[in-house]
Design a protein around this ligand. Structure first.
Ligand code: SAH
Length: 495
């Protein structure tokens, strides 16, 4: 296949603001040429199979020269590769995307442009400032505050003041005092509302508002850093942010690889900064003669009970190994511990006959005991909660408890995790099973400091395990992803 370069606008930093087409381009990339402006959450979407080339090294102190970036793009495409050039915001709003496109055109290299959400509009919006408003401003001017060689700003301040529109300066932090001075000299009212937005759309976003005349002073007081933009105009008096409820919270999601998606997405949608750290992994026991025997003689059972999506997966692995499929389960009633497990069955075309009102092992056991007239087959983790078989035994229900998968620690001791806990960089950690709690302890080490971190627990058993090790906890109202996200919001509100 012939090589090609796609100039992709990465948006202002929030990965939710990367366009669908941009994401598709990233997923198909063999080489991704990026700089830091794209933001860590968007950079995390670069597929593992793609080679990443960082051309924005060392916080723009020694960036790779533009000519060299152009050369890299041309060379990679000529070598027949699918290249994505990921650029913060929109590729053609400053940031030299136009020059890159010209170089590609000159070199006869095929290229495409995927527009992006520019920070010039999105960062103010997330700070509650609409860049235009019928009552306040009828034009929008996006300018660069970056001085060309020689140091002079090429800004016509008189024209800007005459227009009376909203002004957005990108790359203007260094020149902030000169920009303010220029506007005041050209006759702008010193009381004109103005604002700075730092890390717009990211969990670390900060916004400061001040009258134009004191904006530079405020910026210095708050130690505002790049990337930040300057906004000037009456719209800066507005504050219309529907701030997401978890903005600014840093949450560690510890679910097994491949299962953290829905929870992380939910938390991110609520504004949290999410780091994923799979602490445990589940491994089907394979071969599993006990499960094979039970499945071959399934007519001896009235109920088949599953306690996690991992159990469903192990069941399917076994059926496949036996050369069978879902029809093998035709005659048996199906019980799922909760909606996640039920969904895993539904994905395979099977509807659960029973989900207990409370999604835990004890309640599943009680609910089964109430209904079962015949034998119950439990397919679950090797070290599953004793509450389930105990409930059945108490009521004299015959059952077979077959371990079909194991959980094991996925992470060795991590000094980085320990330091992050110590530094208070993790506000919440999600805990979805007792084994996750033990794996967290193993990874963070016995002396880890949990005093600045709250454990958000899926249920009371998990919470009990966490309390044993002195981790402060709160417990979700029910064992679902939604309830866990809800718990994060409540905990944030009260913290
Ligand atoms: N093409 C980009 C702009 C590149 S110039 C876009 O469309 O957004 C880089 C400047 O953009 C930074 O110096 C800063 O002024 C601004 N910027 C980029 N991302 C930002 C963010 N998340 N918050 C505030 N300003 C940002």
């Amino acid at each position: 296949m012939a090589g090609k370069v796609i100039l992709v606008g990465a948006g202002p930093g929030d990965p939710g603001l990367l366009t669908v087409r941009g994401r598709q381009a990233l997923e198909g990339a063999e080489v991704v040429v990026y700089d830091r402006l794209a933001g860590p959450a968007v950079l995390a979407l670069i597929p593992r199979t793609a080679r990443g080339i960082d051309v924005g090294k060392a916080a723009a102190c020694h960036p790779v020269p533009q000519e060299q970036i152009n050369r890299i793009l041309v060379e990679e495409a000529r070598a027949g590769r699918q290249v994505v050039r990921l650029k913060g915001g929109d590729p053609f709003v400053f940031g030299r995307g136009g020059e890159e496109a010209e170089a590609l055109k000159r070199a006869g290299v095929a290229f495409e442009v995927v527009p992006g959400v520019t920070s010039a509009v999105a960062a103010p919006a997330c700070a509650g400032i609409p860049v235009t408003h019928r009552d306040y401003s009828s034009s929008l001017h996006i300018l660069t505050g970056h001085a060309r060689r020689g140091g002079a700003l090429s800004i016509d301040f008189d024209a800007l003041v005459r227009c009376g529109g909203t002004l957005v300066f990108l790359m203007g932090l260094v020149a902030l005092p000169r920009i303010v001075g220029g506007l005041l000299e050209a006759g702008m009212d010193p009381q004109t509302p103005a604002a700075l937005v730092e890390n717009g759309t990211l969990p670390s976003q900060r916004c400061c508002r001040a009258p134009l005349a004191s904006l530079a002073e405020r910026a210095a007081e708050l130690d505002i850093h790049s990337p930040a933009l300057i906004l000037v105009g009456p719209v800066c008096a507005l504050s219309l942010d529907g701030q997401p409820p978890l903005r600014g919270k840093r949450i560690l999601v510890t679910r097994p690889r491949g299962r953290s998606g829905p929870l992380s997405e939910r938390l991110r949608a609520l504004g949290a900064e999410v780091a994923e750290l799979p602490l445990i992994e589940t491994v089907p026991i394979r071969p599993c003669p006990a499960m094979e025997a039970a499945l071959a003689g399934l007519s001896a059972y009235e109920w088949l009970a599953l306690t996690s999506p991992a159990g469903v997966e192990a069941l399917w692995t076994c059926l496949r190994d036996m050369g069978r499929d879902a029809r093998q389960l035709g005659g048996v009633k199906l019980a799922s511990i909760g909606p996640g497990t039920a969904r895993a069955l539904e994905d395979r075309g099977l509807v659960s006959d029973l989900i207990p009102a409370v999604y835990d092992a004890a309640h599943l056991g009680e609910a089964l005991a109430e209904r079962a007239a015949g034998r119950v087959l439990l397919l679950r983790a090797e070290a599953g909660s004793p509450a389930l078989p105990e409930a059945l035994a108490r009521r004299g229900v015959p059952y077979e408890d077959v371990p079909v998968y194991r959980t094991r620690c996925a992470l060795a001791h991590s000094r980085r995790l320990r330091r992050a806990l110590e530094a208070g960089e993790i506000d919440f950690v999600t805990l979805t099973s007792a084994s996750t709690v033990r794996a967290l302890l193993a990874a963070a080490g016995p002396e880890a400091d949990f005093s600045k971190t709250l454990g958000l627990c899926i249920g009371p058993q998990t919470a009990a395990e966490a309390r044993k090790y002195g981790i402060p906890v709160r417990v979700a109202a029910e064992a679902t992803v939604d309830a866990l996200a809800e718990l994060a919001v409540e905990s944030h509100a009260f913290s």
